[in-house]
Design a binder for this molecule. Structure first.
Ligand code: NIG
Ligand code: FE
Length: 414
């Protein structure tokens, strides 16, 4: 396997740094025509203007002539639920006919439906399905993806989901790195009906220490929403996770304004996600506490909900990330092109902000900004080569794939 690569004659466009870019900084991208990148053993060892020494064929290095095309950091999809059993296409049809996401959940469908299917699935089945999605996403330029548990809601199935992610990560042939997130608090399991606090106790006292000991997840998430878990329960679980060294993430203010963004600021979460109904106070709390506001426009699109206020968030000094939310219920799509288009057209992000949101800020939302998310010496050799010399195709080829090559750790995958 060759992880030594030189890409020459590229238009390198990248944010810079090892932490999330906030507010106006999100527009400040390096834009270098005639650039060269060198990757040695999977890690970037040179990125800058072309140098004669870099142009010469070097032993052991594959050479890719970009012919002036745009080279971006590999995309980071920092919010997905990509390991799950079964599918729920009927819910999409019900929603087309006017039912809401929450009413389907309240009558026993929704997440719990996928929980039954995931409990029954074998690890091999789950892995095979997740790899199918990874393949599709990798062709659209994704080189790092988050994966959440949360379709087990019991000890063994939560572990099964996390172990599937680990086994994909251990493959030298893997197309992406998966950042695993423990989402045991995705819904109340049927066995705990009416006993949400006891379920949170179970997660804190049994599951978190186990997940930590087995090193199966880096971050912990909760669905903080009216009718699911309260702000107090979310605070309790996430603080316990932080005490064990896990990062905190929150499904916040997705359906109603519920105080999730405010809580994210209070506990200095890594990210708060969705935020369709985040309040002004919540937006301020995220900006002041360096919480990455992770926006998922595909979910708003498929649920026919209003888009999160991305423009306001950036203007208020937030660091915004974009992700797909791929999952079997609210949004069975991992479309990076459509995410770019919706973010720019309906959340009013500039193209530069959207690029930062899908690269460095996505990495920061996972705690990975030191190792990926930008084209800089010392970071992983993860890139996207577009098929033209302008980044405008990310939105101009609306909903279509403008990626010519996806490169992971110096290996050209597609
Ligand atoms: O991010 N809202 C909670 N969780 C997912 C949906 C999961 C599902 O419906 O299966 C989301 O939208
Ligand atoms: Fe989600």
């Amino acid at each position: 396997m060759n992880n030594n690569l030189i890409i020459k004659n590229a238009r390198i466009i990248t944010p810079l740094g090892t932490s999330a870019l906030k507010g106006k900084e999100m527009n400040q991208l390096l834009d270098l025509t005639g650039g060269t990148v060198k990757v040695t053993d999977g890690v970037i060892t040179y990125a800058g203007p072309s140098r004669p020494t870099c142009e010469e064929p070097e032993e052991g290095y594959e050479i890719l002539d970009a012919e002036g095309r745009v080279l971006l950091p590999g995309f980071i999809d920092s919010h997905t639920h990509l390991v799950f059993g079964g599918y729920r296409p009927e819910e999409f049809i019900w929603r087309m006919n006017g039912e809401s996401y929450m009413s389907i959940m309240q009558r026993g469908g929704g997440i719990v439906n996928t929980v039954h299917a995931t409990r029954e699935a074998t690890p091999e089945e789950l892995k095979c399905k997740a790899e199918w999605f990874i393949d599709v996403m990798s062709r659209m330029g994704v080189t790092t993806v988050e994966g959440k548990s949360g379709y087990g809601l019991d000890r063994d199935t939560e572990l099964k989901q996390l172990e599937v992610m680990r086994s994909i990560n251990l493959s030298p042939q893997r197309k992406v790195d998966i950042a695993a997130t423990f989402l045991g608090a995705h819904a109340l399991p049927p066995e705990y009906q009416g006993r949400a606090d006891e379920y949170i106790d179970f997660l804190i006292h049994e599951m978190l220490p186990l997940v930590r000991e087995k090193q199966l997840a880096e971050n912990c998430d909760i669905f903080c929403e009216q009718g699911v878990f309260t702000v107090a329960q979310s605070r309790r679980l996430l603080q316990a996770a932080q005490e064990l060294g896990l990062g905190a993430k929150i499904h916040a203010d997705e359906i109603v304004s519920f105080g999730g963004a405010e809580l994210a600021g209070e506990i200095k979460a890594l990210s708060a996600d969705h935020l369709l109904h985040a309040s002004d106070t919540g937006i301020r709390a995220m900006a002041e506490n360096k919480v990455v506001a992770t926006l998922l426009p595909l979910t708003a699109f498929t649920l026919r909900e209003p888009y999160a206020r991305g423009r306001d968030m950036i203007d208020s000094g937030c660091a915004v990330a974009l992700a797909t939310d791929l999952n079997p219920g609210s949004c069975c799509s991992g479309s990076i092109p459509l995410t770019f288009a919706l973010a720019c057209l309906y959340m009013h992000l500039t193209l530069e902000e959207a690029i930062t949101a899908m690269t460095l800020n996505g990495a920061a939302a996972l705690g990975y900004a030191h190792r990926t998310g930008s084209i800089e010496v010392g970071k992983q050799g993860d890139f996207v080569l577009l098929d033209t010399d302008t980044p405008a195709v990310l939105v101009y080829y609306t909903g279509m794939n403008s990626v010519q090559h996806t490169i992971k750790g110096g290996r050209i995958l597609f």
